[in-house]
Design a protein around this ligand. Sequence first.
Ligand SMILES: Nc1nc2c(ncn2[C@@H]2O[C@H](COP(=O)(O)OP(=O)(O)OP(=O)(O)O)[C@@H](O)[C@H]2O)c(=O)[nH]1
Ligand SMILES: [Mg+2]
Length: 326
Amino acid sequence: MPANLTPVYLVAEERYRQAKTKEDKIAALEEMLAVIPKHKGTDHLQADIKRRIAKLKDEEEGKGVSKSSDPFLIPKEGAGQAVLMGFPNTGKSALVGALTRAKVTVADYPFTTALPVSGMMSCKDILIQLVDLPPVIPEEIPRGMAGTLRLSDLILIVVDGGTDDCLDQFQGCLNHLNNRRIVEIAGESLGQNTKKPADFLVIMTKSDLSGAEERFNLLKELLPPDWGLVASSTHRPESMKILRERIFEQLHIVRVYTKIPGKDPEMANPFVLKEGGTVLDFAEKVHRDFPKKLKYAKVWGSAKFPGQSVEKDYRLADGDIVELHI
Ligand SMILES: Nc1nc2c(ncn2[C@@H]2O[C@H](COP(=O)(O)OP(=O)(O)OP(=O)(O)O)[C@@H](O)[C@H]2O)c(=O)[nH]1
Ligand SMILES: [Mg+2]
């Protein structure tokens, strides 16, 4: 769709080009945003202007975003990093706002989020990092976002249960992931960071709205096999609880608790291993010298009986308590 930019807009754009200071640039960009014709043909441009304003403002406030730093490069924190990908207005920021303490902006118009915002979600005594991302549209994925998606531990594809577009929204996200070779195509791995369906979770938001249940059933039927799907509503606390747990499950991690011989286990701060992690992997996490010194371990939880002695290659399960003997 053509943008049909007006002369008033073009004057503001010229002012931006001429601007020398950050302040003048922000003022010109804000004017461009105010006068730009608001229709689908300018969606892409509106998002770009908002991103530029947000970046300049961050630089002005000294939030550590220098010219060279990439706002899409988000250092990992906690037990795993889950990023939210989706079309505009689908409810990504509302989810991150409901599940973490991050300061997100939620609004009933598209392209509200211009730059990534991350927050920590607590679940089963660990912290999981959630990253709210700017939206994608069929023709565009924000520059730098493919890298964030590729490096994340889990991609949450967010579709809007309040509209019949939700299937197209899923397909639109999948197209971007395919084009950028972030997802495995027809079981073919395309590189080290190619993700499998198990590294995704599709979230249908706004399940409180009418028609959402039918849309959920349709999505369930039409989604490729192996893709996880969950419904959520920020108005329904019980669905938020289920969502937390599904995100945890989909990260494929296990929590392992330490126990010093003769003492009670330390149940507050578990170590986190990848699913399939062994006693040896655990020992490495506890102290880098332990694997060399380790003789055996005692396990409570997944073992046949409480406190059973196991070998170094014993695969630990979520919730296990381990006593390392060196
Ligand atoms: N009824 C209902 N409305 C919701 C829910 N979640 C979000 N919304 C509304 O949907 C609109 C968009 O929410 P946002 O969280 O800003 O959407 P977004 O995906 O972050 O939008 P962009 O930043 O433009 O990509 C807001 O008006 C929210 O109040 C929900 O579970 N139920
Ligand atoms: Mg948003």
